[in-house]
Write a protein that binds this ligand. Sequence first.
Ligand code: FAE
Length: 541
Amino acid sequence: MTCANGFEGLTRRTFIAGTGSILGGVALGGHASAARAEAAAPPIADAATVPALVIGTGYGGSVAALRLAQAGVDVHMVEMGMAWDTPGSDGKIFANTTTPDQRSFWLRTRTKQPLSNFLGFPIDKAIPRYTGVLDAEEFSGITVYQGRGVGGGSLVNGGMAVTPKREYFSGVLPTVNADEMYNVFYPRANAELGVSYIDPAWFDTTECYQYSRVGRKHAQRSGFPFVYVPSVYDWTYMKQEAAGTATKSALAGEILYGNNHGKKSLQKTYIARIRATGRVTISPLHKVTSVAPATGGGYTVTIDQINTNGDTVATKIVTAAKVFFAAGSVGTSKLLVKLRSTGALPNLSAEVGKGWGDNGNVMCGRANHLWDPTGSLQSSIPTAGIDNWAAGGAFAEVAPLPTGIETFASFYLSITKNTNRAEFSWNAAAGKADLNWQTAWKEPSITAAKTIFDKINSKEGTIYRTDLFGTYKIWGDHLTYHPLGGAVLNRATDNYGRLLGYAGLYVVDGALIPGNTSVNPFVTITALAERNIEKIIATDL
Ligand code: FAE
């Protein structure tokens, strides 16, 4: 079977697998050429001494490393995931969502796709264990999806680059000056990330956004404001994909397991600029396991070098004058609660580990009428949303189901007002950090999402899909793509991310944000990191 989106030879089996993958509603990215341009520098050496060590290479870490390097500081970035700069045997760096392989998941022997089922049937499959790009990290009551590799979440995310409405900002970061953020740091973040909107005329006519136009029609007929969602995808490239003059990427369904072409992941933006400074080295497949005060000042950092099976092949002890925690909300929180409890950093605040939220993520699908097709060719990059935040506490993205065939389904990822907050704690017996989230805490999110979709279903005479997350299960309430908090600004840290109790230790990532951003989070994480690092460079260096 040859499908319009290039899924040639699609069998029923691969169709089902592909459906599950992308439906996750969000995407990813990661590009080869920029990363490949630089010669691989040797990883950090045992016993090295560095002025600044950054743990993690996602948004917060990349902002911190770039600005420190531009200020003349030599920086070392340590990243537990792979470099993602070398093509596999198929000539591609990242696997397609229709055909997950070992590159797709972090140290799993079976995929754990966000949409686990189709027509009620489970669609996960066996894969070789490998340090793949998407981590589905399981805690009690919730699976937290995260990117692994140089570029962090930017490798796997949907590229939706949304600045919160200003009127909601005081609920997002109550102790941060909104004027500064909206006049300086949000514009700076948007410019550096390469954020732009789809051309509305093209949106109105292109086959690959028919699913979004159906979403718009249904939203507007029920009286909900429809909004375009800005993106870091290269729209010129997507038009070329549609015209058949460029290798298909968004239009081949590339999203959750990496994007080989059009998405401007951090590798193409901040990290390309970081490399150009000549002051930053990056060690992939290196995982920080401890940070403790060093005898002569600064901090002793313990780093496990791992292989692609996840086994430790070397342990390195280095000294850093300053350490920036940028391991993501989960990575930073897990590390900090461990260090506080095990005596490495006993003076960390009791607030460390607290204030963790899921950004109110909840997913659902709707079954449309046969006269309302959503299209067999769907761009994997969402660009439309339904804004019912003020009235119902939900902002819903119209997400793709890029299966290559007509599904007559509309799919949505909602970000909702959910005030439940969980806490990380150190489980000494198990030797790992636990998170005390409960699945039932998603109820407020479902209630908020229903303010949109019950009304649309009633107006359109349609029903919810019940086959995407199990058998007769409507809501994808078991996961989040947007972990936030765990080292909250002005609580576990001061108002600029300096960890209380330890001079020279900083948090610069999504752990600073207290659980919800009202929209997708990476623009806010980037802008906050820009704000904080500017202050830290001016006053602490
Ligand atoms: P992050 O980007 O997660 O980077 C942390 C890095 O630290 C990772 O590379 C880790 O591998 C690394 N690391 C962790 N622990 C260690 C350690 N001990 N030693 C060394 N390295 C370590 O953090 N957000 C949006 O705004 N729009 C979207 O469309 C969107 N879609 C998404 C879709 C998916 C499937 C997923 C998973 C996320 C999505 N997100 C989206 C969320 C977004 O990617 C996420 O908020 C940011 O990546 C978080 O940025 P951080 O800098 O906090």
